[in-house]
Design a protein around this ligand. Structure first.
Ligand code: ZN
Length: 214
């Protein structure tokens, strides 16, 4: 059982009160959700995450996996990060992958993979497996040709304790920041349907590697 979380939602921007409601992520509080980032030409992160998620689901289902998305369409708001985590915990026992693209500096390129910091009582039971999934995704994503992020440290990895999708997860979980939507080269790739297929292939390859070795 795998959950694919297409980050944000296409109409979050139209529901500020709903997405700004404060939710409890265990280690603190956060807004329910955010609008995500947007390219300079107006390509929205939810459109990217939704497109890639469809390709990932198709591929996983073709392999016989049971896959659940955290939202049924790209035309509404939410769900809140707490609800996304709950969906992951209910339907994504084997793995949860949350798809994003970053809004980094104009001159910065590349991807990074986020996994949870060890937090006693929260992520201590899933942190090691999440790191293993992150390493599988880091390796497979390099095959797309996208470089690791050069505008941040960590060699394409980030360990976080402030994301509800990580802190509330009872399943191995990673976030993919697939590239920088503010960089001309990255956004051209992120919008390209052929490259989106490569991204989906990389996510599926990582899941196969991770689950095969489990
Ligand atoms: Zn995002």
């Amino acid at each position: 059982m795998i959950v694919i979380d297409p980050g944000h939602n296409g109409m979050n921007w139209a529901f500020p009160e709903e997405i700004n409601q404060i939710v409890d992520i265990g280690t603190g509080t956060k807004a329910c959700n955010t609008t995500g980032t947007t390219s300079y030409e107006g390509y929205a992160e939810p459109d990217f995450t939704w497109a890639v998620a469809q390709l990932v689901v198709e591929r996983l289902e073709a392999l016989g996996a049971t896959v659940t998305l955290t939202r049924p369409d790209n035309d509404g708001w939410g769900p809140c990060i707490t609800e996304r985590a709950a969906i992951g915990n209910e339907f994504g026992r084997d793995a949860v992958v949350s798809i994003h693209a970053d809004g980094g500096p104009d001159d910065g390129r590349g991807f990074h993979v986020i996994y949870p910091k060890v937090l006693p009582g929260y992520t201590d039971d899933i942190a090691a497996e999440s790191q293993r999934l992150a390493e599988a995704l880091h390796a497979s994503y390099l095959d797309t040709g996208m470089p690791v992020a050069d505008y941040r440290s960590g060699d394409g990895y980030s360990v976080r304790d402030d994301l509800g999708g990580l802190t509330l997860s009872d399943s191995p979980v990673v976030f993919l920041e697939a590239g920088n939507m503010r960089h001309a080269t990255d956004i051209a790739l992120l919008q390209d349907p052929t490259f989106q297929e490569k991204i989906a292939d990389a996510i599926v390859a990582a899941l196969v590697e991770f689950l095969g070795a489990a």
